[in-house]
Design a protein around this ligand. Structure first.
Ligand code: NAD
Length: 293
């Protein structure tokens, strides 16, 4: 029989994920500062804990799904926190989206206390968590990954191992950077299209059928860059020209497009060096060169 799981943090994501564990036959004891959230998990079949310490004392596995780094730090490392009460040899999985330094501190503390630590932040939306279709970015040792896998599979459909402890957290912040800046870029593009009299649904269809839907990552990198093909196709020069066409159209509409303007300055600088005739996937090489990587 698997150890009891103490599930800490039963918010928008934690509650459906813990409920899926209960549904799939795991023994779960829940804890949240908000009593109403704990009651909702109890209604799904879990046992309630009156305190964090009570939850952890009963468990051999702890899963945390908390808002931000200070919550994780105090729940894990605080004087009455997880590591103060957990029996040695247990498994600790943090699924919160936090910074690498906090994850590394928690991982080190777990190691010192003889616990196995896994960082497994979550991709996708609340609706996916409800259906047990989350994506996990896992940072773990071989042992940690093997122990966490059945639990993650009960809550998600896509489990991607990113490297050792800490690499899940690092992957998550990079992925969110891409998603969030992409969301701002999408807002700017749709704003420009709307101002030009275009239909949002049609713009979406066109973008979905072209490299606009992050074709750099999804098409250009696998088909060219990862195969070592540096032959210029769509060059940085052409990309710069097309970006300037969009920015000129925006300017005529009296629109400022901050992400577009930042990209124009980066592409302009790349063209100014010896990147002008290169494939626009070489923007990554240029960014690495500037960063000294
Ligand atoms: P939320 O604010 O809905 O839930 C957090 C829960 O933690 C709350 O119920 C709160 O009462 C509880 N909590 C806070 N401090 C606590 C403590 N000391 N002890 C016990 N419980 C405590 O947040 P969420 O949307 O569930 O997100 C959780 C994490 O998952 C965040 O790091 C978030 O960035 C990440 N995430 C969220 C989504 C999403 O779509 N909401 C998607 C992916 C990842």
């Amino acid at each position: 029989m698997t150890d009891t799981i103490a599930f800490i943090g039963l918010g928008a994501m934690g509650l459906p994920m813990a409920s899926n564990l209960v549904r799939k036959g795991f023994r779960v004891i829940g804890f949240d500062l908000d009593r109403a959230k704990l009651d909702a998990l109890v209604a799904a079949g879990a046992k309630p804990a009156g305190s964090l310490a009570d939850a952890v004392r009963e468990a051999g596995i702890v899963i945390t799904m908390l808002p931000a780094p200070p919550h994780v730090r105090s729940v894990m490392l605080g004087p009455d926190g997880v590591l103060a009460h957990l029996r040695a040899g247990s498994l600790v999985i943090d699924m919160s989206t936090i910074d690498p330094a906090t994850t590394d501190d928690v991982a080190d503390a777990c190691r010192r206390e003889g616990q196995t630590f896994v960082d497994a932040p979550v991709g996708r939306l609340v609706s996916h968590a409800e259906r047990g279709e989350s994506l996990f970015m896992v940072g773990a040792s071989d042992e940690g990954h093997a122990r966490a896998l059945p639990l993650l599979q009960a809550m998600g459909t896509t489990i991607l191992r990113c490297g050792p402890e800490g690499s899940g957290t690092r992957t998550k912040i990079v992925n969110n950077y891409l998603a969030i800046v992409g969301a701002q870029l999408t807002a700017e593009a749709l704003l420009l299209g709307t101002k030009l009299g275009l239909n949002v649904a049609t713009m979406r269809d066109v973008a979905g059928g072209t490299t606009a839907t992050n074709g750099q990552l999804m098409i250009n990198f696998p088909s060219k860059v990862l195969k070592g093909d540096t032959a210029p196709g769509f060059t940085i020069d052409l990309a710069h020209k097309d970006l300037m066409l969009a920015l000129a159209a925006a300017s005529q509409q009296r629109l400022g497009l901050p992400v577009g303007q930042a990209a124009a300055s980066a592409l302009g600088a790349a063209r100014g060096g010896d990147y002008a005739g290169r494939d626009f996937s070489a923007l990554l090489d240029y960014a690495c060169e500037i960063a000294g990587v």
